[in-house]
Every structure is written in C-alpha cells, then in structure tokens.
Ligand binder design. Sequence first.
Ligand code: GDP
Length: 138
Amino acid sequence: MEQTLSIIKPDGVQKNIIGDIIRRFESEGLVIKALTMHQLTKGEAQGFYAVHKDRPFFESLTDFMSSGPVVIMVLQGIDAIHLNRKIMGATNFKEAEEGTIRSDHASSIEHNIVHGSDAPETAAWEIAYFFSNLDIMA
Ligand code: GDP
C-alpha cells in the first residue's frame, strides 16, 4: 500500500468536476484517506511549489494555484503514486493519453486540473505539508 497527495486545482473546482475526478480515482481502486477544501495563500502555493522557484512559470503557477479553492486529498492504494499519475495524464494535456483527466479537461499546460505526487519522498513531504497524522484515516 502506498499513499500519494492529490490536488484538484482551482480550474477543476471552478469547472464543477470534483465528482468526476474522484470517481476516476475510486473506480481505479484508490481510496480517499483525507480530504479538505482550502484556498491556498500565495505564500502557501510558493512553499508547495518551492522546487520550481527558478522556473519561468513559477509566478504564474503560484498565482493560479492561489486563485480559488482547491480540493486536497490523500489517496491510498497499491502503487498509488504511479496509478494516480496514470489517471491524471501527462503534464502537457496535448501529450496526455486519451481518457485521462488532463486529456479530457485541461485547458493549458498550466491549467491542468490536477496535481499528483511524483515519487515516494515527494509524496511524504507533500502529504505532511497539508495534513497531520491525525487527519489521515487508518
Ligand atoms: P506535474 O508533476 O505533472 O504537475 O508537473 P511539474 O511538476 O513539472 O509542474 C508543476 C505544474 O507547473 C504543472 O502541473 C503545471 O500546472 C505547471 N507547469 C509545468 N510546466 C509548465 C510550463 O512549461 N508552463 C507553465 N505555464 N506551467 C507549467
């Protein structure tokens, strides 16, 4: 069993497709172990994406991520990190496999509906960024 952090970004919440996204996770066997809705401050978005602080899109990305509410979840399952990223599709929706969340819903490389951790170390760090152990169901 593995845990990963998932975020439905402001564009996903704005498009009213929270249910569609969660259905895709659940139908592939991922189980929600924590869930909250929150509007990130600019500082929280900058902290979360600190790894990208030198990238040209950092300013725009953190503006976008703090522009409206997001849904933040801990997903658990076998190979959850890889499975979640498979369900999401490639970062650039134009390269995302058909039937993935990003292929179906993203409108640009930045406005790509969902975030998912990319490795066990980042998953642990990202989960701890938003949740305490007490918030995560056994
Ligand atoms: P992810 O792990 O698939 O989310 O991709 P990355 O970690 O590489 O990038 C983080 C987020 O930054 C992506 O999900 C996009 O929202 C955004 N992003 C990535 N690459 C670009 C880019 O070239 N331009 C812009 N504007 N945003 C980008």
